[in-house]
Design a protein around this ligand. Structure first.
Ligand code: WT7
Length: 661
């Protein structure tokens, strides 16, 4: 791989405002450096101290890091605890017990509040209901729910009884759901009859039925259905139960089941460069430690904050910064069912004003779409609302471009709120490279520096360090507690994908390109180095979309998928398709493209729908038959092809594909 060039030069620096430094948990760069030094001097001592200070253990650990079976690292492995007890029971008898845990705003604007004490009662009751269905420690439960209190309760209830949850985003298709149920060997699915988004009622339960009808879900016994709306749904006798039925007569107390530190708290599927999605397996103790600690460090959480992370529980961000981190930290958080553009594109700003949100954490794609909306309609510009309650802003999911950063800083943060551009991944469990609001000078477009204890570096393909200013591959050289433990059912793939032999087999490879600035050593992420696209902050494997396309066997002979830059979604999916019939043009091409888009939505989910579909008689291939994706990338971007095409079998095809839009 040739060096990844850094093209962007950014000279603006924003020092943390005095108000943000004052009283911060990590106040000033010297305090940050002291923690980094402590971690470097005595990593075991550092992590042991944090794990003792931040988690409640039912059996204290005596071992910190076990590397004997690397890269299958084990943390605190002779200790025991319960994750739900650490998020809920732990606050009982403290002032947090009567504090609001969740402010829920429904799609239609209705607001409900749940205190920590009430949430504990609801989680305990749901845990009892799961146990009454014969579900227990080690079982896998799929959660396919709308955004709301019930989904969080279901996740916490699984944690309480030691069941491992696998949350599947409510936008995924029956096919994607079926694959995940089968791979996880789930015994139950927790779902809702419908979900409400943007004023529309969208089915969930019928998609579960479709998934099961596809076959192979042999381990599945129970489907629990939350009746979100009064709309009727189809019940399968003996298998389906409503929440009301399952909860009836169940006590609101349930003893948390202690589990080993390494017990799998959850599996979360994410896209990889090849084959089917990877079931990223996380631990209990190490994962929770980092979710909780990063609430304190990255968001500098204070007792009176109102925290709002806009991510869905179907993604890792919704795990760490909705379902676990804020609760473990005793925060009050806002949970939103709907979408940012309904009933108007000022909804986020209106909600920040209405609820007095102080920490706001969202994705660049949302910011960019709201910038566009505000530019076309003054009435939805953030200036129409009072955003003075905001203290800290966050960004996650993809690089935030400096223009969007500046807009966010000015128009949302009123030039007084630090922006934490948090770099992390499903696999890292929590933030790994991020500014600290009370310490780090900010540079737009940069996620700045690694958190204490995170040995991030940039290396070449052999694992050799690259000098500052030179691009390379982002790695983390030492294990950390919240890291991925394995890929569910596929330990070999885990080793291959994340701990390449060429680098010695012990260094975590993130899959992103990055460069450090010459002056400050700040990290800037330059994009994925594998065949993974980042669409609206969500990872999509190009292979997955290609497989979905060729699965339409009556129509598609061959397909290649690449990404191209998109103003709003970061990257857009662009598919090159060869049909089993003559290459279509005009209206016919449009109709077939529409059919293929719907097909992909059905196979994977609407987020994977190709934005562009181009038809060709063939694809550009080498003489050995390898598709030349870099040429397709240039065509997708509308660039002239300057690369060497002498190894191409069929150079004329490039012209045809370039004109096929
Ligand atoms: C990939 C991980 C982490 C939660 C959401 C996405 C990209 C994530 C940033 C950032 C630049 C970022 C990377 C990474 N990414 N945050 N702040 N700056 N890139 O989780 O689906 O596991 O995707 O998202 O490419 O590898 P994910």
């Amino acid at each position: 791989m040739s060096a990844i060039e850094s093209v962007l030069v950014e000279n603006r620096v924003f020092e943390p405002p005095a108000a943000a430094v004052q009283g911060a948990r990590i106040a000033g760069m010297a305090a940050y450096q002291a923690l980094c030094d402590e971690a470097a001097r005595d990593p075991d001592g550092f992590w042991a101290r944090l794990a003792r200070e931040n988690l409640a253990w039912t059996r204290p650990f005596t071992r910190v890091l076990d590397e004997s079976n690397a890269p299958f690292y084990r943390w605190f492995d002779d200790g025991q605890l319960n994750v739900s007890a650490n998020c809920l029971d732990r606050h009982m008898g403290t002032p947090v017990q009567d504090k609001t845990a969740i402010v829920f705003e429904a799609d239609d604007g209705a607001v409900t509040r749940v205190s920590y004490k009430e949430l504990l009662g609801r989680v305990a009751q749901f845990a009892n209901a799961l146990q009454a269905q014969g579900i227990g420690k080690g079982d896998r439960v799929v959660v396919y729910m709308p955004m709301g209190v019930e989904g969080i309760v279901a996740m916490q209830a699984c944690a309480r009884i030691g069941a491992t949850h696998s949350v599947v985003f409510g936008g995924f298709s029956a096919k994607a759901l079926q694959e995940r149920i089968i791979d996880a060997g789930a015994v139950a699915v927790v779902t809702a009859n419908y979900q409400l988004r943007g004023g529309k009622e969208l089915p969930l339960k019928s998609i579960v039925d479709d998934a099961i009808a596809l076959g192979g879900c042999t381990t599945l016994r129970t489907v629990l259905v939350y009746e979100r709306t009064p709309t009727a749904w189809n019940r399968v006798e003996g298998r389906d139960k409503t929440f009301a039925e399952a909860l009836a007569g169940q006590a609101t107390e349930c003893a948390p089941v202690p589990v080993d530190a390494e017990h799998p708290l959850f599996i979360l599927y994410t896209s990889g460069s090849t084959g089917k999605p990877k079931g990223v397996q996380h631990s209990s103790a190490g994962y929770l430690l980092w979710a909780r600690l990063t609430m304190d460090w990255t968001f500098d959480l204070r007792p009176d904050d109102l925290f709002w992370c806009t991510a869905d529980i179907g993604w890792i961000t919704g795990h760490s910064y909705v379902a676990y981190g804020p609760l473990a930290a005793g925060a009050t958080q806002l949970v939103f069912e709907g979408i940012p553009t309904f009933p108007h594109a000022g909804r986020f700003w209106q909600m920040i004003d209405k609820h007095k949100v102080s920490i706001f954490y969202t994705a660049p794609t949302a910011i960019r779409s709201l910038i566009k909306a505000a530019e076309t309609d003054e009435k939805v510009h953030p200036k129409n609302w009072n955003l003075q309650s905001l203290r800290i802003l966050g960004s996650v999911g993809e690089p935030i471009n400096p223009e969007a950063w500046m807009w966010y800083h000015r128009n949302v943060g009123g030039e007084r709120c630090p922006i934490v551009d948090t770099f992390w991944q499903t696999e890292t469990g929590g933030h790994v490279i991020t500014p600290l609001p009370g310490a780090t000078p900010l540079v737009p477009g940069s996620c700045t520096l690694p958190l204490p204890g995170i040995a991030a570096a940039i290396v070449d393909e052999t694992g050799k360090d690259m000098p500052h200013g030179a691009g390379g591959m982002l790695v983390i050289k030492r294990p950390w507690p919240s890291m991925i433990r394995t890929i569910w059912n596929d330990p070999e793939r885990f080793k291959k994908a994340y701990f390449p032999e060429e680098m010695g087999g012990r260094i975590y490879l993130a899959g992103d390109g990055a460069v450090r600035s010459a002056d400050r050593g700040y990290f800037r992420i330059t994009g994925r180095i594998d065949d993974v696209l980042n669409v609206s902050g969500h990872r999509l494997g190009t292979m997955e979309i290609e497989s979905a396309l060729v699965a339409k066997t009556d129509l598609v002979a061959e397909a290649a998928v690449v990404g191209r830059p998109d103003d709003v979604t970061g990257e857009a999916v662009c598919a090159f398709v060869v049909l089993k019939r003559a290459r279509p043009t005009g209206e016919e091409a449009k109709a077939i493209a529409a059919e293929l888009r719907n097909w992909v939505a059905k196979e994977i989910g609407p987020i994977a729908k190709p934005k562009d579909i181009r038809f060709g008689d063939n694809l550009p291939k080498t003489r050995s038959g390898k598709i030349m994706r870099r040429l397709l990338r240039s065509i997708a971007k509308g660039e002239a092809i300057t690369q060497d095409t002498s190894t191409l079998e069929n150079p004329a095809i490039l012209e045809q594909l370039a004109q096929s839009n």
